[in-house]
Every structure is written in structure tokens, then in C-alpha cells.
Design a binder for this molecule. Structure first.
Ligand code: CDP
Ligand code: CDP
Length: 215
């Protein structure tokens, strides 16, 4: 059996940053499931497929070959990472991610990846659905304001023109949507260790989690 580490939590909690570092430290493949939902959104928007047109959407999703290399998502052989974090995708992703049929297809792909490699996977439903039997589960949180501030700084570093208020609003909306949707909503698994990262830097979080993992 392969070793699996599950990391869940809301947007900007630090999941991907922490998962990448832990992946290197413990030699685990990092699987960013948020990027997979973003890639579906990217394809849907590019082809003008509305979230109500589930049949067309699913037939497109079935054609998507997705894999990770050096922590980045490749779609049909192309590295599309840069396009996935654009505000337009962020605004729409939760709606596409709420579609049951889309989730079934992606959860299957995610489980296949975890069967092949020792992995660290982050998302919203990893500890509760995708890898229910993961040996280690963590649930990261932080206040919406701190999470928006982290994202704001990130955009500023990339010289992107964004408003803090818009980011905060997007984060709050997605929090609401992700925790209230019918299918596999964001919630802490009963056996996950919860870590409030408010006021905690990246090293602080990595150190806390590392104490649990034995490989
Ligand atoms: O990076 P950030 O936390 O902003 O978001 P993400 O992890 O890239 O996920 C983007 C969106 O995909 C989330 O807001 C969820 O709506 C959805 N998602 C999901 O439903 N299930 C997952 N396992 C991962 C992401
Ligand atoms: O994946 P998720 O949306 O949960 O968050 P992330 O993209 O890993 O982190 C969002 C931003 O917060 C990044 O720029 C991280 O460097 C930063 N961060 C931080 O400042 N302090 C932490 N404890 C965790 C993340």
C-alpha cells in the first residue's frame, strides 16, 4: 500500500505551499486537486460550456489527460499552471466543482494517482472522500482576512492589478459555496488534525505537521 497524506482546508489556508514542501521533505508526489477542478473550469470556459450542460462537460472532462510533474499540472501534455490561478477561473471554479458527475470523474483520477505513488494530496474532500483511509490527515484553517491578505501579496508580487476587497469577497464566497454544496462539501474529517495557521508562518506549519509523519 502506498503512503498517503491528506490536506484539506479553505482557500489561502496554505495547503499547496505546505504540501509542496512536505512532498520534497518526505519524497511524496504532490497532487493538487484544486488545480484539476480549475483545469476543468478552464476547459469549460474556453469551450463555452455552461455548468448546466453536464453531458457536454463530462464528455470534455473524459478527454482530459492530467498528470503532475514537479508539482505542476499538465493537461494533454501542456503545462497550463499559469492560467489556472487567474481571477476568472477562481470566480467560476466552485460552480463547476459542485457538479456531482464532474467530481466522480476527478475523484477516480485522484485515487488512481494515489495508488501509483506515495503522495500528499490537497483539496476540500481528500480526508473525507478521496482518501478516507489516508494514514495522515490535516485540516488547515486561518481567518478569511489573513487568507485574503496572503493571496493579495501573492498577486502583488506577480505585479497583477487586484483589490484586497475583491479577493476577500471571492474567498468568502468560495468558503460559503464549498461548505454548503450538496456533494462532498468542505469539512474536517473526524480523524484529521486541525491546525489554525493564523499568525503562523510557513516554517511553523511545516514543523507542526512534520512531527506527525513517519515514513
Ligand atoms: O488554491 P485555492 O485554495 O484558492 O483553491 P484550490 O485548491 O485551487 O481549489 C479551487 C476550487 O476547487 C475550490 O474553491 C473548490 O470549489 C474546488 N475544489 C473542490 O471542490 N474539491 C477539491 N478537492 C479541490 C478543490
Ligand atoms: O493552497 P491554499 O489555497 O490553501 O494556499 P497557498 O496557495 O498554499 O497559500 C496562499 C499564500 O499564503 C501563499 O502565498 C503562501 O506563501 C502564503 N502562506 C503564508 O503566508 N503563511 C502560511 N502559514 C501559509 C501560506
Amino acid at each position: 500500500m502506498k503512503l498517503a497524506v491528506a490536506i484539506d482546508g479553505p482557500a489561502g489556508a496554505g495547503k499547496s505551499t505546505i504540501a509542496k514542501i512536505l512532498g520534497k521533505k518526505f519524497d511524496l508526489m504532490y497532487i493538487n486537486t484544486g488545480a484539476m477542478y480549475r483545469a476543468v473550469t478552464f476547459v469549460a470556459m474556453k469551450n463555452n460550456i455552461a455548468p448546466t450542460d453536464i453531458e457536454t462537460l463530462c464528455s470534455e472532462v473524459k478527454k482530459m489527460e492530467m498528470h503532475f510533474e514537479n508539482d505542476e499540472l499538465y493537461l494533454n501534455g501542456e503545462n497550463i499552471n499559469d492560467r489556472l490561478t487567474l481571477p476568472d477561473i477562481s470566480k467560476n471554479v466552485s460552480e463547476y466543482a459542485a457538479i456531482k458527475e464532474v467530481r466522480t470523474l476527478l475523484v477516480d483520477l485522484q485515487r488512481n494517482m494515489a495508488q501509483k505513488y506515495d503522495s500528499i494530496m490537497d483539496g476540500r474532500d481528500i480526508g473525507t472522500v478521496v482518501l478516507k483511509d489516508a494514514k495522515y490527515k490535516f485540516f488547515l484553517t486561518a481567518t478569511p482576512e489573513e487568507r485574503a491578505d496572503r493571496r493579495y501579496k501573492e498577486f502583488k508580487e506577480k505585479h497583477l492589478d487586484v483589490k484586497y476587497e475583491d479577493i476577500l469577497e471571492d474567498i468568502k464566497k468560495r468558503d460559503y459555496y464549498d461548505t454548503h454544496r450538496e456533494v462532498d462539501p468542505l469539512r474536517k474529517a473526524d480523524d484529521a488534525v486541525q491546525i489554525d495557521t493564523t499568525g503562523l508562518d510557513i516554517d511553523g506549519v511545516v514543523n507542526k505537521i512534520s512531527k506527525y509523519i513517519v515514513k
